[in-house]
Write a protein that binds this ligand. Sequence first.
Ligand code: SF4
Ligand code: SF4
Length: 288
Amino acid sequence: MVAANRFLRTVSALKRRRWLLMRRSVQILIVLAFIVDLPEIGRIAAGNLSSSVWFWNVPLTDPFVMLQSLLAGAPFAKTVLIGAAIVAGFYAFFGGRIYCGWVCPINMLTDAAYWLRQKLKIKGNLTMSRELRTVLLVMALVLSAISGTLAWENINPITLLQREIMWTSAAGLTFLAALFLFDFLVTRRGWCGHLCPVGAFYRWLGHYGRLRVMAVKADACAGCSDCIKVCPEPHVLAPLVAKKAVTVTDSDCTRCGACLDKCGSGALSMKLDLRRGATFRGIPIVKK
Ligand code: SF4
Ligand code: SF4
């Protein structure tokens, strides 16, 4: 009986974290695809998240990297263009910041910093504009054109983390530790929510993405704001909780599912929304 109760409690705890577990599984499997050789099969992915070949034939290119590369004067390469078109098409259709929540390995680092911040009740919260990341995005593109190099790629922590997993270096680890400490001590969700130009690019790319969080049972919502408290971009949920919208239309939503894991009322769901014109304007900013 005790064992049965423990089993049921474990199942219920896993169910309450199902989106987090799915997301972590996808993030870890993507990292492993680049580093683990499977018996009889070999490696699933060659390259890195900037440019890779999956299953020996399918090219995938980060369109932000391709844009920097073209501005830096690199010649058009057919495979790179096909790879960028596949990636851009996916995120444009489903939602750009799915990249941040489900693919980017830095998300595991910043989520860990946020978790520790909550556990230790760190209060420090430097006020920063979310538009800083757009400024950095534009700077990266302009610097690529001026310098003839992939300006952001020289310091991109996403590439750096992948490199670190294979070849640890003191400089790389120091940079990643600084990023962790910034999110942990300086400001809530500082890197992904305010600074990362890759996130700004994918936010722009997937502005009309159709995979959306929806209040499918709006009446069930108790207005407790628990979903807003766990959301990495809390402002996106404010209209839903205020019952001024039934769909999250803000392209800052990473489709992480944290709100779905948290909401005990069953009000929320993640769905493909193919309707047109479901936008909401005048979104109030919710600070935490
Ligand atoms: S957690 Fe659920 S019930 Fe609470 S405000 Fe959010 S959607 Fe409503
Ligand atoms: S609205 Fe939900 S899915 Fe979107 S970022 Fe916030 S917690 Fe994640």
